[in-house]
Design a protein around this ligand. Structure first.
Ligand code: SF4
Length: 246
């Protein structure tokens, strides 16, 4: 059976299951070959807490684009210390970054959508590719209600770019659920959330959002909502998902 077909089966088995059940299933089905991509957002911190408490064999990595807030680096250190774990940090290729900056400028992402995507590609997608090279599946903290680009994600999606399943254990959680869990379990979180940030990425591409705005409105705020993905969570290079079984 192909990995894609297995993904469909697993997705159907995991419909409406709890985050704990989804994580246990990921660890069981892809033992030693599944990792959490911790973007240092509130959701991924919840998943980190669950992985540690459930004692699952799921390594954790993060991507250091070189443009993160200091608070994000502090969170890596705080999380490692609290849980006594190591978070593997992947950085972009130095020569590629130097060439990009030489050709397009240090703040190229403001000049056009294509250049913004180029920056995300070099600073995020290439390191992600390396991080996933020895894995057969990955886990992340996407939630359906986060934005228009994430409204139809499933408990497990097929990632066509990396040709492997991607588990979304918090797919059904609300933002309120995430923060309730964080407070009740004393989970470390990015202190920028206390200053009004709701989704945190690179410092130059993230800003505070108003209470009535979309969670991800502060990311690449100069772009339209449909364009607001960095490419980490695209399917077939587009915002498509495998359809749910009826
Ligand atoms: Fe570059 Fe901004 Fe993407 Fe970070 S979020 S990789 S700075 S374009």
């Amino acid at each position: 059976m192909s990995l894609y077909t297995q993904t469909i089966e697993i997705r159907d088995q995991l419909q409406s299951k709890s985050a704990e059940e989804i994580l246990k299933a990921a660890a069981e089905k892809f033992s030693g070959k599944v990792a959490l991509a911790n973007s240092l957002g509130a959701e991924d911190q919840v998943i980190t807490d669950l992985i540690v408490k459930l004692k699952l064999d799921i390594p954790i990595f993060t991507l250091d684009t070189g443009r993160l807030y200091n608070e994000s680096y502090d969170l890596i250190a705080e999380t490692e210390e609290k849980y006594n774990i190591k978070i593997k940090i992947y950085s972009p290729d130095a020569e590629e970054v130097e060439q990009m900056v030489l050709e397009d400028g240090i703040n190229l992402f403001r000049k056009s959508l294509d250049l913004r995507k180029k920056c995300c590609h070099i600073r995020k997608l290439e390191p992600l590719k390396r991080a996933l090279a020895n894995n057969e599946a990955w886990i992340c903290g996407l939630r359906r209600e986060q934005s228009v680009t994430r409204s139809d994600i499933s408990e497990v999606d097929w990632d066509e770019i990396h040709r492997m399943p991607k588990f979304n254990p918090l797919v059904e959680w609300s933002e309120e659920d995430v923060w309730k869990y964080i407070k009740e379990n004393n989970v470390p979180y990015n202190k920028l959330h206390d200053k009004g940030f709701r989704s945190i990425g690179c410092a130059c591409c993230t800003r505070v959002v108003k209470p009535d705005e979309d969670v991800r409105a502060g990311r690449w705020w100069w772009e339209t909502p449909e364009q607001k993905e960095c490419g980490l969570h695209l399917v077939n290079g587009k915002l498509e998902r495998i359809k749910k079984a009826n």
